[in-house]
Design a protein around this ligand. Structure first.
Ligand SMILES: C[S@@+](CC[C@H](N)C(=O)[O-])C[C@H]1O[C@@H](n2cnc3c(N)ncnc32)[C@H](O)[C@@H]1O
Length: 346
């Protein structure tokens, strides 16, 4: 049992750093077949191996060995700007203590699901995504969601993908049941090209199929963890603009803003999550909201690209520069490393 738990821990940490087993083997000097055995819980590791693992993951041994609450929830969709790969860095910059957790641009929820707070306010302007979070709060909807996902998996082919994709063109789309919209969102995310969520100027989802012969829409264990979490904690889910979503935040609460990023001046960066684009003016409005919250005694953290504009908007706050791998970009040469900032008021 303990070997299995430790193996899951190593696999999760390795995935969060986006290392393949081969890359991890080269970094740690541990044989790849041994890594595979460790991750499957089939090897009793020595102290020397633990030291090698902690070095390759750049994590202290005591953190590596923190095996409490290891079965973590994970995002149920791939999301542009998802934070899984830089979770460790974000966690290092989190406040040590806070009351309620707010994430007004929750997206796939990498940080939120990792932290699993007792009381949280999560929000996203993407109504299809929010349908999924709401399904986790309701046992009936949750079961229907899983059944519908299985139906999508069974029926999946090219023609079916485009039939499901076209549902949002119908006038009565918003009258579909919550679980149907949620299942459509997950299915399209798993079956589409690159896991993108992109809509055209009319607000219709327009990502082509990835032409997969088989699509796995969900991981049963993860879904169980998600359902269990949402039914036992106080999680408020909303579908509104970020400014509205953080209104209830009060002194001692923590808000993490992970907005669509400012465009890198000379690069073509993905920002269109919905039909309303998130331009410079919206970045400036967000900075005003950030300052208002800060003045109210709320602890605020924000991620963005390291651009001159963002540095100017948040001058006076604590700005930490980090390097992140750019994950979603249709052009292969656009997948290198980019500089991001994490801005805190504490
Ligand atoms: C960078 S992503 C968040 C990624 C997320 N942290 C994760 O780990 O997956 C930004 C999110 O903001 C949402 N969004 C865009 N404009 C918004 C607005 N005005 N108010 C609230 N959410 C918005 C998008 O739908 C998208 O999910």
């Amino acid at each position: 049992m303990i070997q299995e738990i430790f193996g899951n821990r190593v696999r999760d940490l390795r995935n969060s750093k986006m290392y393949s087993q081969i890359e991890f083997s080269q970094l740690s000097g541990i044989d790849r077949t041994q890594i595979s055995k460790i991750e499957k819980g089939k090897l009793n590791v020595t102290l020397e191996t633990i030291e090698k693992i902690s070095g390759a993951l750049n994590i202290e041994i005591k953190n590596l060995m923190d095996l409490t609450n290891v079965k973590k929830m994970r995002p149920f969709v791939k999301w542009a700007g998802g934070k899984t790969q830089i979770l460790n860095k974000i966690c290092e910059l989190m406040p040590k203590e806070y009351e309620n957790y707010f994430e007004p641009f929750v997206g796939g929820g990498a940080l939120f699901l990792y932290l699993a707070p007792e009381k949280a306010y999560i929000n996203d302007s993407n109504s299809e995504l929010v349908c999924v979070y709401n399904c986790f709060k309701d046992s009936n909807m949750y079961i229907k969601l899983l059944n519908k996902l299985e139906e999508h998996e069974e029926n999946h082919n090219e023609e079916y993908y485009y039939k499901i994709r076209a549902l949002d063109r119908a006038d009565d789309f918003k009258r579909l049941s919550m679980y149907e919209r949620a299942a459509r969102m997950i299915y399209l995310n798993k079956a589409c090209y690159n896991g993108l969520y992109r809509v055209n100027s009319n607000g219709y989802f327009n990502v082509p199929s990835a032409r997969k012969s088989k699509v796995n829409t969900y991981d049963r264990d993860n879904m169980l963890l998600l359902r269990n979490y949402f039914s036992n904690r106080d999680i408020n889910v909303s579908n509104t603009d970020f400014e509205e979503a953080v209104k209830p935040a009060k002194e001692g609460d923590f808000v993490y803003f992970d907005p669509p990023y400012d465009t890198l001046d000379d690069k073509d960066t993905f920002t269109s999550y919905s039909k309303d684009s998130f331009g410079k003016e919206t970045q400036a409005r967000l900075a005003r909201v950030y300052k208002e919250l800060s003045n109210r005694g709320v602890k605020v953290m924000l991620s963005n690209h390291n651009t001159k504009y963002i540095n100017k908007l948040y001058a006076g706050f604590n700005i930490t520069i980090i390097k992140a791998k750019r994950m979603i970009n249709s052009k292969a040469e656009g997948r290198g490393e980019v500089e991001e900032v994490i801005i805190t008021n504490y």
